[in-house]
Design a binder for this molecule. Structure first.
Ligand code: TNX
Length: 520
């Protein structure tokens, strides 16, 4: 008898601790959570209640998505009903706009936040709980949550291959679902220029011709109207869109359209640069950036600045550059490059924009409060250190594990590796800034980002294959909750049916042979 009692006691303790460990089926995992008994029934009697009109966009979003997901036409009310999803504006401690709390019981769901961003992030947590249930009865959780990093980014290269508006919107949907909040849009590079500029229409019509697979492909670029539509679509999902207009290198497409501003290239990279020795170039590029600034309310533009040495050979024989060097006492080509970037940065500052740039630009001195450096060369931690020492804020996107053009499985043959090393799911999940940044310098890390370079990503299938599911690993790492890979994998399993439902050609880490590697 005694033994039985002891056994029961032990059993119930064990069961309790098991329960305490249960994690909600949400990616990224919330900061704190607790399972609550009972479930909340979502049905035609459910209403959406808001206590403040400033949350009406978020209520409309929830209304629309619940209709799309469940075919439930819910109404939005200014009074709570008997089983409401309440979106409540409340004062919250701290200044993390994306923080929220979620409280659930069979009688109602209450999401509260101080800001629209927080309410929206909370809505996505609720959507994860809803999509994890087979019927409309949703298991209840209490959640307190806020991200560790303010920059949780995804970059898409549409110069090498152009995917188009619908694909971008789909990506934005998934980014929102995983609480990613920065879409870095690489719109210009050597194969194609992808954004309409009214003052220089040939950038689209001539610069937009071709892609990495086919230099003669019909021009593809976004009209300004389409850009606005996408920026708006992202804003509805609390995603900021940051355009990249790469300079002074990676400029071949632009140079096809307006060769008078070309600084030439090298044998391997012809017409690779803009011409820093031509005064007209600065006006031309500034005029382009002014239009870009009108289209993107982010108040920041990424100017690239990467890999200029690949193709600035022709600068050695450029009379304008020789004159420039003599006039400003510039000793070598890297100094010319710096001079160019500082002037273009000034153009941005005059538009009240920040300059964002790849880690090569850590060599330059710019006002630290207006500069954000993207560390990508994982083999060059010194470049990150240099950026930090100059007090720049940094986004960490090292090739391994955050270049999603790198292969993700040892069996994969297409895509990049670095001395055999690649970017598998576990590395993408386990990444922590602490590995690279020490002590108080950590405060300069604004977040993390994955970059989908598309030289060898030509089809939607391969785009999806390289993105899913690594995007979930990035999400959990950037939210700052990446402490338990096995638990994450359990939650990731619940995402697979969602990918199947949407017909995504994802990589399945649980069944590697399910989707053979697309070759292009
Ligand atoms: C380096 S990252 C590049 C890109 C390539 C990428 C391929 C960077 C700033 N430059 O132009 O697409 O590698 O992985």
């Amino acid at each position: 008898m005694k033994i039985n009692v002891l056994f029961l006691l032990l059993f119930s303790l064990a069961a309790q601790s098991l329960r305490a460990q249960a994690t909600p089926p949400i990616i990224p995992l919330p900061g704190s959570y607790q399972e609550v008994t009972g479930s909340f029934l979502l049905d035609s009697k459910t209403t959406v209640y808001i206590n403040d009109p400033s949350f009406s966009d978020e209520a409309l979003f929830l209304q629309k998505i619940l209709f799309d997901m469940k075919r439930l036409p819910l109404s939005i009310q200014s009074q709570p009903g008997s089983r409401s999803i309440s979106l409540l504006k409340e004062n919250r401690a701290g200044n993390n706009k994306e923080g929220y709390s979620l409280k659930m019981s069979p009688k109602g769901v209450t999401l509260s936040a101080g800001d629209k961003e927080g309410i929206f992030r909370g809505i996505t947590s609720l959507l994860h709980l809803i999509s994890a249930s087979e019927d409309n009865s949703i298991s209840c959780w209490n959640i307190e949550d806020a991200p560790r990093y303010e920059w949780r980014g995804f970059m898409l290269d549409e110069s090498r291959h152009f995917f188009g508006k619908e694909k971008v919107k789909q990506l934005l949907d998934w980014m929102a679902f995983y609480k990613l909040n920065r879409f870095h849009w690489h719109l210009t590079d050597d194969p194609g220029w992808r954004i309409e500029i009214k003052k220089y229409p040939l950038l689209g019509y001539i610069g937009g011709i071709g892609n990495h697979s086919d230099g003669d492909a019909a021009p593809q670029f976004y009209t300004q109207e389409e850009i606005r539509e996408i920026v708006q679509y992202a804003a509805e999902r609390k995603i900021v869109v940051i355009p990249e207009i790469d300079m002074p290198g990676h400029a071949r497409a632009a140079n096809r359209a307006y060769p008078q501003f070309s600084g030439g290239g090298s044998e391997r990279y012809p017409e690779f640069t803009f011409d820093p020795g031509n005064e007209g170039t600065y006006q031309y590029l500034t005029d382009i950036l002014k239009e870009v600034n009108v289209l993107f309310p982010s108040e920041m533009i990424h100017l690239g600045g990467d890999e200029v040495h690949f193709g600035n050979e022709a600068w050695n024989h450029n009379e304008g550059i020789k004159t420039l060097m003599a006039k400003h006492n510039l000793k070598d080509l890297p100094q010319v490059e710096k001079y160019f970037m500082v002037r273009m940065a000034d153009s941005l500052f005059a538009m009240n924009n920040k300059i964002l740039a790849w880690d090569e630009m850590a060599d330059i001195s710019l006002p630290s409060e207006k500069t954000l450096i993207f560390w990508w060369r994982h083999d060059q931690p010194a470049q990150l250190e240099k950026a930090l020492e100059k007090d720049y804020k940094v986004v960490l996107c090292p090739r391994i594990p955050y270049y999603f053009d790198f292969v993700q499985d040892s069996t994969h043959a297409v895509g990049r590796r670095w001395s055999g090393d690649f970017a598998d799911l576990k590395k993408a999940y386990s990444f922590t800034p602490e590995k690279w940044v020490k002590g108080s310098r950590l405060e300069q890390v604004v977040g993390m980002q994955a970059n989908l370079w598309t030289e060898v990503i030509a089809t939607p299938a391969r785009f999806e294959f390289m993105t899913f599911p690594r995007i979930t690993a990035l999400s959990e790492a950037a939210w700052g909750q990446n402490n338990d890979y096995d638990d994450y994998l359990e939650r990731l399993k619940l995402q697979i049916p969602l990918y199947e439902k949407e017909d995504l050609y994802f990589f399945n880490p649980f069944n590697v042979s399910q989707t053979p590697e697309p070759k292009r």
